[in-house]
Ligand binder design. Sequence first.
Ligand SMILES: Nc1ncnc2c1ncn2[C@@H]1O[C@H](COP(=O)(O)OP(=O)(O)OP(=O)(O)O)[C@@H](O)[C@H]1O
Length: 337
Amino acid sequence: MSIQVQHLSKQFGTFAALHDVTLNVPDGQLVALLGPSGSGKTTLLRVIAGLEIPDTGRVLLGGQDITHAGPGGRGIGFVFQHYALFKHLSVFENVAFGLKVKRGGQRPAPPVIRDKVMRLLELVQLDWAAARYPAQLSGGQRQRVALARALAVEPQVLLLDEPFGALDASVRQELRDWLRRLHDEIHLTSIFVTHDQAEALEIADRIVVFNAGQIEQEGTPEEVYDHPATLFTYRFLGKANVLARAGGQVTLARPHDLHLHSESVPGAWAGVITRIHVVGPEARVDVARSDDSGALEVYLPKTQLGGASVGQVVYLTAERQATLPEGESPQRFRLRS
Ligand SMILES: Nc1ncnc2c1ncn2[C@@H]1O[C@H](COP(=O)(O)OP(=O)(O)OP(=O)(O)O)[C@@H](O)[C@H]1O
């Protein structure tokens, strides 16, 4: 089911947590809200969930205005960063909870509940753990139970607030892949909040970049990464090397888009290698520019490092670069609405 928010604003005292936010999430998409801490991502999710009432603006679910509907009646599943499972209930009981507390005629019969819970536990690959208690599971497993629990009541949409934030890197990676696969299987319209750009780029259909309570840019991962419309988006999506500044514009290049040469080539910048740092299969090379205009960081496969060494004079070219206005974003961009 599609989600639309139109001209949403929300103040906390004098602080504008959301300012005139308009966003369309088509049916079946997985959308990432990406932005720094305090930029309003969680507030937007809470407004959509009905946990926060906006000062102005509307929320529509499948075209229907639900701005003033209570959180219970919205058909929205919510998964938080800190898996709030019931500690005294088994995994099975946790997932069954939302079904068992349904009123009278809406409550499925016990065998139906059992079948449904077991199917969901299979979906999150935890059917073997049905009788366990949350304390007997790892963090990633608990988070999968939380997801199964949110899905049990057949929500129309799923909201995930930093669902993997509290987990270590390898478990996060595993759950990311898994969430993407799950989404491809069930096509539930989902919005997830993250401040991890790699996570957003990897699994989202669309990315919405937030900055200070407003949408800075939205688009597919390729659009926002390859065509950032503002300096803020460029910097937020990855490491940025400043190549030049002139007339209120700044020219930037990503570390992967810089090439190192041992001999001078036309249009290259000269510099000296100050550090070589190998991170797994990748080499990161710091170069101090000879014209004293600052340091550049270059990433390349370790196998292409050749005989490069600290102190060596090298020449740099940029395969791709972007020129953007400096300073605060003069306007908010939207690649496609
Ligand atoms: N109930 C509240 N009362 C007062 N201020 C609030 C309240 N909820 C949020 N804020 C403020 O609104 C701003 C946006 O908060 P929000 O949680 O939406 O940001 P976020 O982008 O989700 O950040 P994070 O990534 O740290 O979770 C923050 O400055 C926060 O302090």
